[in-house]
Design a protein around this ligand. Structure first.
Ligand code: MG
Length: 168
């Protein structure tokens, strides 16, 4: 693989994956601030996944005798208005990431760089999973918004209620 557009784009994608980890770590911090430790854990795990993606590209560049070049990361968004807001941003972020991988795959196809084409296939499959994951959680959160937990608890309480004849 020659130096050029494709190598530059792979480096850019590696940095974008590190940025993604940063974005999700900021979401985890937001959730911790709201005392939602389970949601915080979800995003901490997501951040670890993104770092793994970045390192996968880092290793690929090294294996192909290229230098991984680290860049400064943009500041991630630190404030959200709700869990739904955070997940909607996460979903949009993943959609943007999918577009970046399609662009990378187009470059690899143009250069007939088959090793890179196959390497990118893993990420493109992964993006299908990521988008499905976030879109699914958004649907669940929207349902909870209209039928809150409190509503379901009250519903269950009422279901167990029976008529007790007054004592004589
Ligand atoms: Mg990723």
């Amino acid at each position: 693989m020659k130096d050029g557009l494709l190598v530059n784009a792979l480096n850019e994608q590696m940095n974008f994956e590190f940025y993604s980890a940063h974005v999700y770590l900021a979401m985890a911090a937001y959730c911790s601030g709201e005392s939602l430790d389970g949601f915080a854990n979800f995003f901490l795990v997501q951040a670890e996944e993104e770092r793994f993606h970045a390192m996968k590209i880092y290793k690929f560049l090294n294996d192909r005798d290229h230098r991984a070049t680290l860049a400064a990361l943009p500041q991630p968004k630190n404030e959200y208005t709700s869990m739904l807001d955070a997940f909607e941003h996460a979903f949009a972020h993943e959609q943007q990431n999918t577009k970046k991988f399609y662009h990378l795959a187009d470059l690899a196809l143009d250069e007939r760089e088959h090793a890179t084409i196959y390497f990118l296939k893993w990420f493109i499959d992964e993006q299908v999973e990521e988008e499905a994951l976030f879109s699914n959680i958004i649907a669940k959160l929207k349902r909870i918004e209209t039928d809150s937990n409190a509503f379901y608890m009250l519903d269950a309480e009422f279901a167990g209620r029976s008529f007790t004849p007054p004592a004589e």
